[in-house]
Design a protein around this ligand. Structure first.
Ligand code: CA
Length: 440
């Protein structure tokens, strides 16, 4: 069975020239969606300007409000463009997978070289640098999983060298309920204050001294399920609209003291950052891979196992973390890549995360966000957090310009990036998300 169609053809080019530049994140094969306002004008006036939905093409944003007004479309596109023209991305997501597929086909044809819609759509483009992005939708609930096994082992080893993985890890996707109100698109992130335990064992209250990031993917729920009605694994992907980058900022010293016995709380809920563009599961079709387990590991229980998931459940997404400190900026030094890994290293697939989340009848809703958990690679230096890269702070990293880091300092900018590459497919990117630590 082929998961790809004409919209993924590597020969397909766009009349938007910047989309044809090799290495570009947003060729016509990608077509991710985001919400934005055109930049310019007074800040107060901008806040009142209604949000719009756009599709990324090269270095441009196709404004779907203008595109709905100014361009002729096939009749079948009209109902799809209606919520999008109104800036309601969640409303479009709620229309379900057939609508997602149809919009992709319609946008692909309209943006492809030789399209007779080109002359109409040319006036609906805005340079990406002139868009001010917003979250894709109002996020009802946020759940963060722990599906990066190499992260779980590396962190577990710091606590329990003999027995890093707890007995449940290989049987169920571990997760906890996070907080949605503090999710944003990055930018300034204020160092949290909190209660931590000092070397003498006495607790203190003050700014976190072990600020960290976590390299994750965010999965956007695009279909609701009714309370009491689990989503079977085979249908789980019909409920997943797309993927963004996600940085789960973490205060390790607060986390270490507060997490027993109920798990993370104030160490995590002060900020979570996602990238603005939602890359759809359709766009990721050429980068699907089999879900495999190392020899000797238990197979998933039947509710987490299925033929499609075994054949195509995993995503081949290359992930990177970059760091630039305030001093590196002053000295004109470029950002340094701290690590790289791949979403294939996750122990559970996105479909398994969603099926497990609903397996007790829990109702997910359109616009909910699921974090995969930190996606570290197996090799040393592939840790998706500083906690791993600095071995819990015992082995600081050397940075260009002579600085060292065990954890983040004020003025540090962390950037997550991701892209997909495969033979016979055009490279697509997820864009990036950046955040800079501000003093407490
Ligand atoms: Ca996390």
């Amino acid at each position: 069975m082929s998961l790809t169609d004409a919209t993924h053809a590597p020969t397909l080019r766009s009349w938007v020239e910047s989309a044809n530049v090799p290495g570009c994140d947003f060729p016509v094969q990608n077509l991710p969606l985001a919400r934005f306002r055109p930049a310019g004008g007074a800040a107060e006036a901008q806040e009142e300007e209604p949000l719009r939905v756009g599709a990324a093409i090269g270095d441009q944003v196709l404004d779907l409000k203008l595109a709905a007004q100014l361009c002729p479309w096939a009749d079948a596109m009209d109902p799809l463009l209606e919520p999008l023209a109104g800036g309601d991305l969640a409303g479009f997501m709620a229309m379900g997978q057939p609508a997602w597929k149809m919009l992709r086909a319609g946008l692909s044809a309209a943006l492809a070289e030789g399209s007779d819609q080109g002359p109409f759509l040319e006036t609906c483009l805005l340079p990406r640098t002139e868009a001010r992005f917003a979250l894709p939708c109002r996020i009802g609930d946020f759940t963060d999983f722990y599906s990066g096994i190499h992260h779980a082992v590396a962190v577990g080893r710091q606590l329990r060298p003999e027995n890093p993985l707890l007995p449940n890890y290989k049987w169920l996707p571990i997760g906890y309920h996070g907080r949605s109100s503090s999710i944003g698109l990055g930018g300034p992130v204020k160092r949290p204050q909190g209660q931590t335990r000092t070397a003498t064992g006495e607790p203190r209250f003050g700014p976190s001294r072990r600020m960290d990031y976590e390299l994750e993917l965010g999965l956007w729920v695009g279909q609701s399920n009714r309370l009491g009605e689990p989503v079977p694994l085979a249908q789980a992907e019909d409920h997943l609209f797309g993927v963004t980058l996600l940085n789960d900022w973490s205060a390790r010293d607060i986390q270490a003291w507060e997490s027993v016995p109920l798990g993370p709380f104030l160490a995590k809920n002060f900020a979570t950052s996602v990238s603005p563009w939602v890359v759809t599961l359709e766009a990721l079709a050429p980068f699907r891979r089999p879900f495999t387990r190392p020899a000797g590991d238990p197979p998933p229980l039947p509710y987490l196992d299925g033929e499609f998931n075994r054949a195509h459940g995993a995503l081949d997404i290359r992930l990177e973390v970059w760091l630039r400190t305030a001093r590196m900026r002053e000295q004109g030094l470029a950002a340094m890549r701290l690590s790289h890994s791949n979403a294939l290293d996750a122990y559970w697939t996105p479909a398994q995360l969603l099926a497990h989340h609903t397996s007790n009848g829990c109702n997910l809703q359109v616009g909910d966000l699921l974090g995969t958990g930190t996606l570290s690679g197996p090799a040393a230096g592939q840790g998706g957090s500083l906690l791993e890269l600095s071995l819990g702070g015992r082995q600081p990293l050397r940075l260009p310009g002579g600085e060292e880091r065990s954890f983040l300092e004020d003025g540090d900018t962390v950037t997550l990036r991701a892209c997909c590459e495969a033979p016979g497919a055009v490279r697509i990117g997820l864009g990036q998300v950046s955040g800079t630590i501000l003093p407490a």
